[in-house]
Write a protein that binds this ligand. Structure first.
Ligand SMILES: [Zn+2]
Length: 125
């Protein structure tokens, strides 16, 4: 799994391929999508630089790839699914049992706080 992340972040082939796919999609879908894809490409480029710097610093400070892989696996499982994605699910309100949509800190019906500042669900009261 770590190889995927490193390959994605470091691999020029992957980046070139992504850019090529983005250009193809932009040509097919028009200017609005083209602008959005350009914006996404810029964000990915910034993330690649941040990730390269982070990995270099981690290696300089003795963090091994095995340690990084274990942490990635741990974070991946925080949403309950081993799928290489971070997904925020629906939370049950502890006060009124309503379903609270992802992204909301408080229940939309009774106002009870259901997620912490970091977005993780609070335990049932
Ligand atoms: Zn509620």
């Amino acid at each position: 799994m770590l190889d995927f992340y490193l390959g994605y972040a470091m691999g020029q082939q992957t980046t070139s391929r992504a850019a090529s796919l983005a250009r193809s999609a932009a040509a097919a879908d028009g200017t609005r999508h083209s602008n959005r894809i350009e914006d996404l490409n810029e964000r990915v480029d910034r993330l690649v630089i941040v990730l390269r710097a982070t990995l270099a610093l981690l290696e300089e400070h003795g963090i091994t790839r095995e340690m990084l892989t274990a942490k990635i696996d741990e974070l991946d499982l925080e949403d309950g699914t081993d799928d290489d994605r971070v997904r925020e699910g629906v939370v049950d309100c502890p006060s009124c049992d309503s379903k609270v949509a992802p992204g909301l800190r408080r229940c939309q019906f009774c106002g009870t706080e259901v997620r912490a500042d970091d977005g993780h669900p609070l335990g049932r009261v």
